[in-house]
Design a protein around this ligand. Structure first.
Ligand SMILES: *Cc1c(COP(=O)(O)O)cnc(C)c1O
Length: 471
């Protein structure tokens, strides 16, 4: 596969270059594939649907062709995914796609684990380890730390702001031994990021250590997230006639979004033949994308803190990829978009629990509420000309191609549950009056000793520490 750059279509690189560089420093653009090969009809029409790993292997193949042989790719997938996504029925027209069955209980495991193993593969003939430096405000650090733990040839140093992340998050990134460690920096997330960025531009340091990042914009995190969209869409297509008495349903993916990497992966799955009719982009108060779809003006802004904090992004980097794939008009035909404030998040967690018995996390709750509103009248109102004011929570005023399917009860919503509710126990208990059950792997990490290393917010000290402790 040839990859190009969102800012310069003359750029042509292979998969290895796109993975190892992360982004194109020369233009500031992001790498995207030049095509999205469709899977064979015979594969797409299998009933029962293929297994998750079978889908993963078939979808990944064209993107690594000529660079990773099939056997090695199969081994990478086998090692990356000892767990699967789960599709759970919620009610007569909805499913939950549970993406939290990996080690850190959030969907980022799918991308981070594939990235770690492809980087390790491309580093296999080097004599020295590749040193990954990551600054984190919480969630990325744990997914990356866990994904890279014990992966050969890679070594990870995570920087986080001391006292500014939750206890669960801190435990999830500071209890590793071996090739992954955490530095608790006396400063803010921005200070952590600055230390890392300074290290990357320090030629003296780079002469001694091979450095790399594990950024969420890396194409090797985006591609594997498309696997679970395909898996869920094929499964729901086969099950809907039985579960829901709807033949040939119009499948809508409801995606709680921040940086829009997850949703972009859904677009890739659709291009490759996943039977997905459309998407509902669901955000918190950081509604840069819903506003863009509504008004046509894209305006990046500072992020605002919300209960769905992994989506607190005011300048979503994958906007560039969406724009490279589709025009605004195409986006308006394909996407509904919806936003919800903190008060709405609490009410949505409660409503979901009361109506279905399902305990949903604050991110998934926005998706739940979006789909519930849309099918219970918001889309019909819009068709009739009653538009929602975009300054209040709700649906944006564009009418997607699939709007009539919703009104005619031909549509099924698949809500992506991006994290386990146990990671957001406090917010969930505020909503429903009880704490969600804690998965064994989270409980286990809570019992481990904290190994974080104290670090001043001082580049010289940071650099000296790296030189003294890494090799
Ligand atoms: C990262 C994250 C999101 C947002 O995903 P994007 O790809 O940034 O849109 C949503 N929910 C949870 C729990 C996350 O960790």
């Amino acid at each position: 596969m040839i990859y190009t750059d969102t800012r310069d279509s003359k750029v042509k690189v292979d998969f290895k270059t796109a993975v190892m560089k992360g982004m194109n420093q020369a233009t500031g653009g992001l790498y995207i594939p030049t095509s999205y090969p469709k899977l064979d009809e015979s594969f797409l029409n299998k009933n029962p649907a293929p297994s998750f790993r079978d889908i993963a292997l078939n979808m990944a193949k064209p993107y690594v062709e000529g660079e990773i042989p099939d056997e090695d790719l199969a081994a990478i997938i086998q090692d990356a995914y000892p767990f699967s996504p789960k599709v759970a029925p919620l009610d007569a027209a909805s499913y939950v796609l549970e993406l939290f069955h990996g080690p850190t209980c959030a969907f980022k495991d799918f991308g981070a684990r594939f990235m770690a193993r492809t980087m390790s593969y491309f580093n296999r003939n080097e004599k020295t380890p590749l040193h990954i430096l990551v600054a984190t405000s919480g969630d990325t650090g744990s997914a990356v730390g866990s994904a890279f733990h014990n992966v050969p040839g890679l070594d990870v140093t995570i920087l986080y702001p001391e006292g500014k992340i939750s206890l669960i998050q801190e435990k999830q990134l500071s209890t590793f031994t071996g090739n992954v460690r955490a530095l608790k920096v006396k400063g803010t997330f921005d200070d952590c990021q600055k230390l890392v960025k300074t290290a990357f531009t320090d030629n003296g340091l780079r002469k001694k250590l091979r450095l790399s990042s594990a950024n969420s914009i890396n194409i090797s995190r985006l591609l594997p997230q498309s696997f679970y969209y395909m898996y869920a869409a094929l499964m729901v297509k086969n099950r809907a006639p039985l579960d829901n008495k709807i033949d040939d349903p119009s499948i809508l993916m409801v995606v709680p979004s921040g940086n829009f990497g997850n949703l972009t992966s859904g677009l890739i799955a659709r291009e490759m033949g996943a039977p997905i009719k459309g998407f509902i982009a669901a955000t918190n108060t950081n509604k840069t994308i819903p506003d863009w779809i509504a008004t046509g003006d894209y305006e990046a802004r500072p992020s605002v803190e919300t209960y769905a904090n992994a989506m607190d992004v005011g300048a979503p980097s994958n906007y560039e990829r969406i724009k490279a794939m589709y025009s605004l008009e195409e986006v308006r035909k394909l996407f509904g978009s919806y936003w919800l404030d903190n008060d709405g998040i609490i009410k949505a967690i409660d409503a979901c629990h009361t109506k279905t018995g399902y305990i949903i996390d604050p991110h998934g709750a926005i998706g739940y509420k979006a789909w519930d509103d849309i099918r219970k009248g918001a889309m019909e109102d819009l068709i009739k000309g009653k538009k929602n004011d975009i300054s209040v929570p709700g649906l944006t005023p564009n009418i997607p191609d699939w709007a009539d399917d919703v009104v005619n009860k031909k549509a099924i919503g698949v809500i992506l549950e991006t994290a386990s509710p146990a990671k957001f126990g406090q917010t969930v208990s505020e909503a429903i009056g009880k704490e969600p059950p804690i998965p064994a792997r989270l409980e286990e990490v809570m019992r481990k000793p904290d190994r974080a290393i104290p670090m001043e917010n001082d580049y010289k000290k940071f650099k000296n520490w790296l030189l003294a402790n890494l090799e």
